[in-house]
Design a binder for this molecule. Structure first.
Ligand code: GAL
Length: 679
């Protein structure tokens, strides 16, 4: 059964709270509760890095202090998201048990220290984590103030993405491969090891890919990435089982944007709620649009993982301390960037962190409560104002969620494979390519989801699949069925090139018949040296770095329409964009990368033809975007990312959610203002 937060069905506002750092200062803990109420905080995450206080000596547990804090918060109307403490190991554990610590690609085991550095395979660490998680759950898992489990912290969040190359991991990897391939012959074939005489003759010859060893077998690299992600997922599942022993509260993990090492689609299946930590670098550029687009894409990914509201688990109320330049959010940006998350489907605005640490690596990281001045700071006031606003919109917003009729394929395994390619370009920039297809939807105010190759395409009128190089088994068949039944599918250059083992698919593109295209050459150019253009919608657009040379496959019954052709070079006149009817739907093929404006024009046309434009499409000035959350009563979030005021012409009359004010015609949005509207 799908679990949601039942104990407190409201928008959450609060953040990471680390009272274990202040246990010897009771006045600070008292002040915290008072200030939380002043800041309209209704929820905190507790215990994320508390292992050393919960189990100061191996096998000796101290939960009393935590219970007292959860009790006091609850009495004051503040709920707890309770974390398992595996994100950072206590000294007694990491000093005493070598096996618990990760080994790097160079074969050197980490020394104790820092965090996120446990070996996910080690039976020892798994036993220790299970024990502390169960104790936590047994003692606090049914507390009425606890509404959600926060499993560990940012799995894989270190410089190696959580991968460990120790002997236990090597052994587990070999077993994983054995299970998958059954025989070495199968493995050698899938990895094409005859190339350079790399045939494996015994399972124990297999080693994880490392820079001073084997990194040239793409099947090995891909399987290793699958294994690393799967091993962490398994570790997470073990933690979930441990807390479930005594508690049936829902579970989440705090994810990290488009985080390459972990396939979050797979994690999502074992979680009740998705949550993530968002740290965009506002004001880095003179214009915040690009930053806003990327943040929106991340929020969209999180919503897409379960097609449901998610939680913004961490964000900074002011600055971070780990970028090269840590700029304060300008007045207004905190509210706008937080509401942007809600606009995209978040049911919370949570911070890292409530109170600034006095010492340690994060003592200059932003927090709601600074080292000095209590509530008398700009940051505190902005946080409190936002908290109040969230309270006012909660009833209208909480029951809603964005519903997209368009989807963009973003597939982790494809990402791993594309970025491991040798040629046609060193940097194939999969994520950037996907974002270039997301941008037009965001600018046009049209809701879109991300899906992976295993997801159903049902319900989407349009699916765009940029740079889908690797086709999983059965993917092409699912696409054909989707189009046959009426869907509109856009494939691009360098798609359907390899199978799930990263072996080239021979003879033809798996969708050749549907697309009506036969690809012949893949060209990668420096556009300034070999400029080319393509015609579309009455204009010439610049072609990008990757350009495919393809031919139309004649089909008398369903002829291919060439919507755009190259205008220069030896492939002048060759198709750059085509469309073919197939079953009740249609399939498009985009043969090259093209400038931003081209993609916008293309999606304007396609979304119009598919009947999925938004109410504001075509009316939004630069830097103003809209998101729509649906429910009995839809809610629109009209967001101005410009540093200046702008006018927007409303398509019909609205009411503001907060105070029911009627609005129609032209409205002025202040710099960084977000209007929350309903009809
Ligand atoms: C997150 C992490 C937090 C804190 C924060 C600082 O990645 O989960 O514990 O370190 O970054 O921005």
């Amino acid at each position: 059964m799908k679990k949601v937060i039942q104990d407190y069905p409201h928008l959450l506002h609060g953040g990471d709270y680390n009272p274990e750092q202040w246990l010897d200062c009771p006045q600070v803990l008292e002040e915290d509760v008072r200030l939380m109420k002043e800041a309209h905080v209704n929820c905190v995450s507790l215990g994320i890095f508390s292992w050393a206080k919960l189990e100061p000596v191996e096998g000796e547990y101290h939960f009393g202090w935590l219970r007292k804090i959860i009790d006091r918060l609850y009495e004051n109307g503040i709920y707890t998201i309770l974390a398992t403490p595996s994100g950072a190991m206590p000294q007694w554990l990491s000093q005493h048990y070598d096996e618990a610590r990760q080994v790097g690609p160079d074969g050197v085991r980490n020394l104790p220290g820092r965090r996120h550095n446990f070996c996910p395979t080690s039976p020892l660490i798994r036993r220790k984590v299970k024990k502390i998680d169960r104790e936590l759950s047994r003692r606090l898992g049914d507390h009425p103030g606890v509404i959600l489990w926060h499993i560990s912290n940012e799995y894989g969040g270190n410089r190696l993405g959580g991968e460990c190359h120790c002997e236990l991991c090597q052994e587990a990897f070999r077993e994983w491969l054995h299970k998958k391939y059954k025989t070495l012959d199968n493995l050698n074939h899938a990895w094409w090891t005859t190339f350079w005489s790399h045939t494996y003759t015994s399972w124990d010859q297999i080693h994880s890919p490392v820079p001073h060893g084997e990194i040239g077998i793409h099947g090995l690299n891909l399987d290793w990435k699958r294994f690393v992600s799967g091993q962490m997922q398994d570790f997470c599942m073990a933690e979930i089982r441990a807390v479930r022993k005594y508690s049936d509260k829902p579970v989440t993990i705090n994810m990290m944007e488009f985080f390459r090492p972990l396939n979050y689609y797979k994690f999502a299946k074992q979680l009740d709620i998705i949550s993530w930590d968002s740290y965009p670098q506002w004001h880095r550029e003179p214009d915040d649009r690009e930053t806003a687009m990327r943040a929106a894409a991340c929020h969209t990914l999180m919503r897409s993982l379960k097609k449901a509201p998610f939680l913004l688990m961490e964000s900074t109320p002011s600055i971070v301390n780990w970028k090269d330049v840590n700029t304060q959010k300008r007045p207004g940006m905190h509210e706008l960037s937080s509401l942007q998350a809600v606009a995209c489907g978040s049911n919370s605005v949570q911070y890292f962190q409530w109170r600034k640490s006095r010492g340690g690596e994060e003592k200059f990281h932003g927090a709601v409560v600074d080292h000095r001045n209590g509530s008398n700071t700009r940051v505190f006031r902005e946080v409190a104002a936002l908290g109040e606003r969230l309270e006012r919109i909660s009833d209208a917003v909480y029951p809603t969620c964005n519903r997209a009729r368009a989807a963009i394929l973003f597939d982790w395994e494809n990402w791993w494979a594309v970025e491991d390619i040798q040629g046609p370009r060193k940097d194939m920039a999969y994520l950037e390519t996907v974002l270039s297809h997301f941008r037009p939807f965001w600018e046009l105010g049209i809701e879109v989801d991300f899906i992976n190759e295993e997801d159903s395409m049902e319900g989407y009128a349009l699916v765009a699949a940029p740079l889908a190089y690797l086709y999983q088994e059965g993917y092409a068949e699912r696409v054909k069925k989707y189009v046959e039944e009426g869907g509109c599918y856009l494939a691009t250059y360098f798609s359907g090139v390899v199978d799930e083992n990263d072996l080239c698919i021979l003879e033809r593109h798996p969708l050749e018949e549907m697309l009506g295209i036969r690809t012949e050459e893949m060209d990668a150019v420096v556009p300034e040296s070999l400029p080319n253009t393509l015609s579309f919608a009455g204009k010439s657009w610049k072609a990008g770095q990757l350009r495919e040379v393809s031919h139309v496959v004649e089909d008398a019954e369903n002829p291919v329409e060439v919507l755009s052709a190259y205008e220069q070079d030896y492939y002048q006149g060759f198709p750059a964009l085509t469309r073919k009817k197939y079953g009740k739907g249609s399939a498009l093929y985009l043969a090259c990368e093209a400038e931003e404006g081209f993609l916008k024009a293309l999606y304007e046309k396609l979304t119009e033809e598919c009947g999925i434009r938004g109410e504001f499409t075509g009316r939004l000035p630069q830097g103003v975007v809209v998101s729509r959350r649906d429910g009995d009563q839809p809610v629109w979030f009209l967001q101005n990312f410009n540093r200046a005021a702008v006018q927007v012409e409303l398509p019909f009359s609205f009411h503001t959610v907060e105070d029911g004010r009627a609005l129609e015609g032209n409205v002025t949005l202040r710099p960084y203002e977000c209007l929350i509207l309903t009809n």
